[in-house]
Design a protein around this ligand. Sequence first.
Ligand SMILES: Nc1ncnc2c1ncn2[C@@H]1O[C@H](COP(=O)(O)OP(=O)(O)O)[C@@H](O)[C@H]1O
Length: 175
Amino acid sequence: MAPHGPNILLTGTPGVGKSTLGQELAERTGLKYINIGDVAKEGELYEGFDDQYKCPILNEDRVIDELDATLTEGGNIVDYHGCDFFPERWFNIVFVLRTDNSTLYDRLQGRGYSGKKLEDNIQCEIFQSILEEARESYKTEIVHELPSNTPEDMEENLEKIIAWIAEWKTKQSHN
Ligand SMILES: Nc1ncnc2c1ncn2[C@@H]1O[C@H](COP(=O)(O)OP(=O)(O)O)[C@@H](O)[C@H]1O
């Protein structure tokens, strides 16, 4: 039995609610919440700067090296707006959060996004780019979409994931 619990990936376009859900889920389950953006910032795991988006470029290999031991142990909730560079073996389940365009637009504007950055993120959601990325990177049966528009959605998502964790643990104890 894996004593630390499963590894869960929360992914989706920026602003869909990954960190809000992930932090609350960690509080309720005792799993460890890992925000890839924060890990990169703390360890300065970057390789250059993106002039168009005015943000540093993630050094994906260094992020993987930094987290591999923790993820191999299990019991983590990982939050990132991308999913194709993580080792497939890291995750037991992948949730792709989805938000309606107008709601996402308001959230990103509220966060100070504007111009091309705002439009590109809305397009990313319209084209369901992250959902496709997840389906290409993991077994489709472990990839699940979750609506993330309202506080009620968030509560339902929490309950759904907590129920899944309980089921996962039961299965582990029978192995
Ligand atoms: N299910 C939800 N219903 C309403 N507001 C939400 C929901 N999920 C997130 N939010 C709000 O949307 C904003 C972006 O959420 P955040 O968790 O930072 O997104 P992400 O981590 O995906 O970038 C925050 O202001 C948060 O309070």
